[in-house]
Design a binder for this molecule. Structure first.
Ligand code: ATP
Ligand code: MG
Length: 574
């Protein structure tokens, strides 16, 4: 492609809302363009990279025996009613009506639709296993769209669904997809971890997330260096070391604490350790108040709470002041387990029940209670683990200290079991002629988010530094002075030569200052850089790689060999 003709609207100024490198650089390099919040267009350069990533995904899915098709993004309400997710998916689902008032959604995911698709066609166990996939645009009206391609309201996903006769079959299908994802993210040169995930709105019990490691990732991974344990912070089981404490239960006391507002101030005031403060948090769950207690030194994990309650994430939020006053009779900050309004649901993390002589809010403005004990002074529903993991917690598998790191979730695989086949009545006849529901799995890769993740891992202060496999073009020829005939001619000659070898090449033949050309080529990050300058007449050019500062003069006849070397090193064929 000749850059003089290319539609590549690079930006000098990035909008201030672009906070992270991938968002800034993809905008600056003219690869994406925002329409409205969370909705982007992929411009020619950006779309080439999208297609490169799609191609890797396609090849590995095909290799794993999955078959590609393309389903509609529009799905009727009835399908989602059948699975119970019309209500459950909540405000993230993009809903619409047709002219006859029939309700639809723009697919946020396709479990229901795929189940329905095979329902009447696959009748016998002989037709199983089956694995289908598509690469398609998905719609989710995210609460906080942000970070460019990272969290969009319209984005490209590869989603796949497997159908098996039993759990063993499902597990085999799951392993195959896991292996395919390993191959995909390895080929895309991502530094990633596979971690246990929460199954959330998808249902099922087992899931794993593929996390591209990055400090700007929205996900947090807890992992162990000593064994292979790794989980999202939402999922990670917490081993909470119960400390030495007096088992003797003291007399409960009411203490006036008007000026003591923060937990640190309380620690000082009461002269006890932080964990002794039974933290009581008030949530509104489907509109009803629920009080939840955790040790004072720990944070509540809302995902674990949602799972304990059997509620969807969007059905849980912190209660407002009015709700707090209604159940405690006190201002915010004085909630505790003793003397809550009759009938208020109280959930207690198990660790709280093991701490003697707690200090808690008094349910009376400006008062706390000390020496409060579970069983004697209050009771509640006990939950095994509602805590958020922290760095240094013991690994739930081997006991060594855990580490935390941030990651970008680029893929997610789920063992669904029969949740969708049962609710949608999708069955087949087994070997004994008995009707059985399909045992399913579902498998997603965020194609557009993966592009952002690659940029996060491959950039520097000058711009993007694409790994060859994902680069929009393999090579760029910069003609230093386009008005110089010898340079222009050699540029053209190399351009047709490389193109004929199958090297995807950009020719910078623009009438721009050379500084602009160099800056742009570093910004868009094409891996192989060829500079045609003063020595054009002698057939000498400069050869460099975006990923290194080395520049080398070579004669034109060496060029092909050098590029072949770059491909070989990247594990690609020319
Ligand atoms: P997240 O926790 O980030 O919201 P999710 O668990 O909702 O993701 P899935 O339903 O498993 O995501 O979707 C499969 C894949 O699609 C994810 O692994 C991610 O790569 C991608 N994805 C999900 N939501 C978005 C989004 N809003 N923008 C871009 N990609 C997304
Ligand atoms: Mg989500």
């Amino acid at each position: 492609m000749r850059m003089s003709k290319m539609y590549m609207p690079t930006l000098r100024e990035v909008p201030s809302e672009a906070e992270i490198p991938s968002h800034q650089l993809l905008l600056r390099a003219g690869m994406i363009r925002k329409l409205v919040s969370g909705v982007y267009s992929y411009l020619p350069l950006g779309y080439r990279t999208i297609r490169k990533v799609e191609q890797v995904v396609r090849e590995e899915m095909d290799r794993a025996g999955s078959q590609e098709l393309l389903m509609s993004a529009i799905q009727p309400r009835e399908l989602w009613e059948a699975s119970g997710r019309w209500a459950n998916f909540g405000p993230e689902m993009w809903r619409l009506k047709d002219r006859n008032d029939r309700e639809f959604c723009l697919g946020p995911t396709h479990e229901e639709y795929f189940t329905d698709l095979v329902k009447d066609e696959i009748r016998s166990y002989k037709q199983l296993p089956l694995n289908l996939y598509q690469i398609q645009t998905k719609y989710r009206d995210e609460k906080r769209p942000r970070f460019g391609l990272m969290r969009c309201r319209e984005f490209i996903m590869k989603d796949a669904y497997s159908f098996d006769i039993d759990d063993d079959g499902m597990r085999e299908a799951y392993q195959k997809m896991w292996d395919a994802y390993d191959a995909i993210f390895t080929r895309l040169k991502l530094d990633y971890k596979v971690v246990q995930g929460d199954t959330g709105a998808m249902g099922g019990k087992i899931s794993h997330e593929f996390m591209a490691m990055s400090d700007v990732g929205e996900g947090v991974v807890a992992y162990c260096d000593h064994c292979d344990f790794a989980a999202t912070d939402e999922k990670s089981a917490v081993v909470y070391k119960t400390r030495e404490h007096s088992r003797e239960q003291l007399q409960m006391e009411r203490v006036k604490t008007p000026e003591v507002k923060t937990i640190d101030a309380l620690v000082e005031f009461f002269g006890t350790e932080k964990y002794v403060f039974g933290k009581s948090l008030v949530y509104s769950v489907q509109g009803n108040p629920v009080v939840v207690m955790v040790p004072g030194d720990r944070e509540l994990n809302e995902t674990k709470l949602a799972n304990f309650l059997g509620a969807a994430g969007h059905e849980i939020e912190m209660a407002d002041e009015d709700m707090i006053i209604a159940i405690t009779g006190a201002n915010k900050g004085f909630t505790g387990p003793v003397g809550l309004k009759e009938g208020t649901r109280l959930i207690v993390d198990k660790r709280v029940t093991e701490i003697a002589n707690l200090v808690v809010g008094g349910n009376e403005t400006d008062y706390h209670l000390k020496n409060v004990n579970f069983g004697r002074d209050f009771t509640g529903e006990v939950a095994d683990d509602l805590l958020m993991v922290v760095e240094g917690d013991s690994c739930p598998v081997c006991g060594e200290p855990l580490r935390l790191a941030r990651g970008i979730e680029v893929g997610n695989i789920f063992q669904l079991g029969t949740k969708y086949s049962t609710s949608l009545g999708a069955t087949f006849l087994d070997v004994n002629g008995k009707e059985k529901p399909f045992v399913m799995g579902s498998y997603g890769v965020g194609i557009s988010r993966t592009v952002a993740a690659i940029v996060e891992q491959y950039h520097d202060e000058k711009g993007i530094n694409w790994p060859l496999v994902a680069a929009p073009y393999h090579a760029i020829i910069t003609v230093v002075n386009s008005r110089n005939e010898e340079q222009a001619e050699l540029g053209e000659k190399l351009y047709s030569m490389l193109t004929s070898f199958g090297v995807e090449t950009l020719l910078d033949d623009r009438n721009e200052r050379v500084g602009v050309k160099f800056n742009d080529r570093d910004l868009i990050g094409v891996p192989v850089q060829i500079t045609v300058g003063k020595k054009a007449a002698e057939g000498v050019i400069e050869f460099s790689l975006r990923s290194s500062d080395n520049k080398e003069e070579i004669t034109v006849d060496k060029l092909k060999g050098r590029i072949e070397g770059v491909f070989a090193e990247a594990g690609l064929k020319l």
